[in-house]
Design a protein around this ligand. Structure first.
Ligand code: UDP
Ligand code: MG
Length: 143
């Protein structure tokens, strides 16, 4: 059975461009409950750790630089079938290929600076939620 939580980040470019409110509105209108949320700036070490699965990719250095370049919003989102439904809401990694009405289509600047993150599996969601939050931060809402 599909899990009911996913982790999102509003990336530095979208925060800098003052899209936090609009993006959170899209998320809530799509039926997700924000059960934990915080604003922080990732260090390079933290960005490297979060994106460790991509460490051998050619874009890794640029990704780490970007993700540690300014404040982000991290949030745990709650909904049935959360991972899959949120990936649909954000659209393809490259905004040029993202479907109309998706968050990346409307707010991403480029494939690397693509406005938001969404977990790609229930297993990743578990790891990523615990990267930023403790179970105690959202347990009362999930039960
Ligand atoms: N990325 C990039 N160039 C690429 C592919 C990915 O800069 O060719 C960045 C982009 O910010 C993306 C992140 O690396 O969101 C993680 O890549 P992934 O393939 O996991 O895409 P996502 O799951 O975010 O859609
Ligand atoms: Mg991914």
């Amino acid at each position: 059975m599909a899990g009911n939580k996913t982790l999102t980040m509003i990336k530095p470019g979208a925060v800098k461009n003052k899209h936090i409110g609009a993006i959170i509105d899209r998320i809530e209108q799509a039926g997700f409950r924000i059960v934990a949320i915080k604003s922080l700036k990732l260090s390079k070490i933290a960005a490297e750790e979060f994106y460790q699965e991509h460490r051998d990719k050619p874009f890794f250095g640029e990704l780490v630089e970007f993700m540690s370049s300014g404040p982000i919003i991290a949030a745990v989102l709650y909904k049935d079938n959360a991972v899959e439904d949120f990936r649909k809401l954000i659209g393809s990694t490259d905004p040029a290929q993202a479907e109309e009405g998706t968050i990346r289509k409307d707010f991403a600047e480029s494939k690397s600076q693509n406005a938001v993150h969404g977990s790609d599996s229930d297993e990743s969601a578990e790891r990523e939620c615990h990267f930023f939050f403790s179970t105690l931060d959202y347990l009362r809402v999930m039960k």
